[in-house]
Design a binder for this molecule. Structure first.
Ligand code: SAM
Length: 285
């Protein structure tokens, strides 16, 4: 059974000549059962305001609207998709706003009502981590969004949810773990997409923490960059570029100086970020 009585996505793609373009990271989902599963997994949609990045022919957009989203604000860079999305908008009057443009440059604030929004997207892989990093570093915190439900390449998804002591743990995992609780919901096989990508994908769900470990983003980024930039080295060595006395800073943060980046949890990195800030503040005095 179809979730709406709009034409099948294959017809939409044919009529609007939406042959997939690699340069735009286009791998479309045509199975409305799968798009409904993704939409449902983002949380209760009744009355929700949703931001979608890259709606393309509109498979996920249709699922979000059919499942009760009050409003969907969708940002799409490909002009060819705009007419297809207009048909979806006509089917759900007043509930779909399509912004034609680059999500990296679009200021969403003026389009939002001020209620916390859910961000749901099958992201173009070429800008996926840049977009995620932007949402994770939002200020002020708690963020303007209440959840992120996003499709990534599985390898990226594993880095987002990675825990200390694993090879996938790095800067992205620290940032995501600092500000959110992140988990992989399910994998999606290449065959679910048109055209199929080379690798498996995963849907990740991130919910903001109300009170992340206190520290400045900039300092956290500096310490994780230095630490993971030389991940095989002991921290007393890799942090030499940042701290006047890395051993003293590590001890003040409660971390053994012989540890390596991979072994340090988010609380440890936040403590180091606070040490860095206080050293820099003392220096500028
Ligand atoms: N949501 C559709 C689906 O699930 O079938 C399409 C997903 S496809 C992986 C990524 C979409 O993002 C494409 O429609 C592409 O045109 C769009 N896109 C690529 N780069 C973009 C950008 N910088 N800003 C906004 N949309 C972008």
């Amino acid at each position: 059974m179809s979730i709406d009585d709009l034409p099948p996505l294959r017809d939409v793609i044919r009529r609007h000549e939406l042959s997939a373009r690699k340069s735009l990271g286009q791998n479309f989902l045509l199975d409305l059962n799968l798009t409904a599963r993704i939409a449902r997994s983002s949380g209760p949609l009744d009355g929700a305001e949703v931001v979608e990045i890259g709606p393309g022919p509109g498979g996920l957009t249709r699922a979000l609207l059919a499942l009760g989203a009050d409003r969907v604000i969708a940002v799409e860079k490909d002009r060819r998709a705009i007419a297809a999305l207009a048909e979806v908008g006509e089917h759900y009057p007043g509930r779909l706003t399509v912004i034609e443009g680059d999500a990296l440059e679009t200021d969403l604030a003026s389009h939002l009502s001020g209620r916390p929004v859910r961000i749901v997207a099958n992201l173009p892989y070429n800008v996926a981590t840049v977009l995620l990093t932007g949402w994770l570093t939002a200020e002020p915190w708690p963020s303007w969004w209440r959840s992120l439900t996003l499709m990534f390449q599985k390898e990226v998804a594993e880095r987002i949810v990675a825990q200390p002591g694993t090879g996938a743990y790095g800067r992205l995992g620290v940032l995501a773990g600092w500000r959110t609780e992140a988990k992989i919901l399910f994998d999606v096989a290449p065959s679910a997409f048109v055209p199929p990508p080379k690798v498996t994908s995963s849907v990740v769900h991130l919910v903001p923490r109300a009170e992340p470990e206190p520290c400045r983003i900039r300092s956290l980024e500096q310490v994780t960059q230095a630490a993971f930039g030389q991940r095989r080295k002991m921290l007393r060595q890799s942090l030499k570029s940042l701290f006047r006395d890395p051993v003293a800073a590590l001890e003040a943060a409660g971390i053994e100086p012989t540890r390596r980046a991979e072994e340090i949890d988010v609380a440890g990195f936040a403590a180091l970020a606070r040490e860095l800030l206080s050293e820099r503040s003392a220096a500028t005095g």
